[in-house]
Ligand binder design. Sequence first.
Ligand code: HPA
Length: 248
Amino acid sequence: MAIELAVIGGTGVYALGELTDVETRRPETRYGAPSGPIRVGQIDGKRVAFLARHGEGHALPPHKINYRANLAALKAVGATRVLALNTVGGITERFGPRVLACPDQLIDYTWGRISTLCEDGGEVLHVDFGEPYTPALRAQVIVAARRAGVALVDGGCYGATQGPRLETRAEIARLRRDGCDLVGMTGMPEAGLARELGLDYACLAIVANWAAGAGPDADEVITLQDVLDNVTAAMGDVAKVVQALLAD
Ligand code: HPA
């Protein structure tokens, strides 16, 4: 049976509780090993693959993730469409803590990461990336959320920063001027590599905190506990969206 959907879990999402009949796959790829095992199982009779982006024990910081191996491994187990869960900070008003969003644009501020498959004498690819997330899959995510009765912001621009430290207030002010609504550390190179690999790819962003200086309390300190609490609180709705997406 084909894999209907691959889900990549971000910070605070290390398993999909709804998966049943789970088998574990550990494909090696030409890019090396993925962040951890791929769990392949069923949700409502549909086959779903799950990979924890940071490893199941969150051992890998954003700049150490082997994004190429992760996506190549999901493709190797038969995935063609990928829903990336990304824990993010909110910058603009509509994107406060606990909001779910399906961004439609991104800006890449990361550096020093291997961001392409075009290396070592292989074919040179210049993939179109004007729409960095697959429009058809985004549309399905939005319909799924509506059907599931889950509030989801349609659109927004994701700024991908290097991390692992959080940003300064000046950096967030700059991202806001650039047009970013959300900030996270793992959106790139993942989205670009998915395009190079020919995978459909959309982001379901879970806003865990106001980015530095962006919220009503400009002096607020962001704690990992707040981030994790807000992700945990959002997971019920995330699962509903995934289930509705599979019901298509
Ligand atoms: N900045 C960057 N990445 C994040 C944040 C943030 O504020 N919150 C969760 N991931």
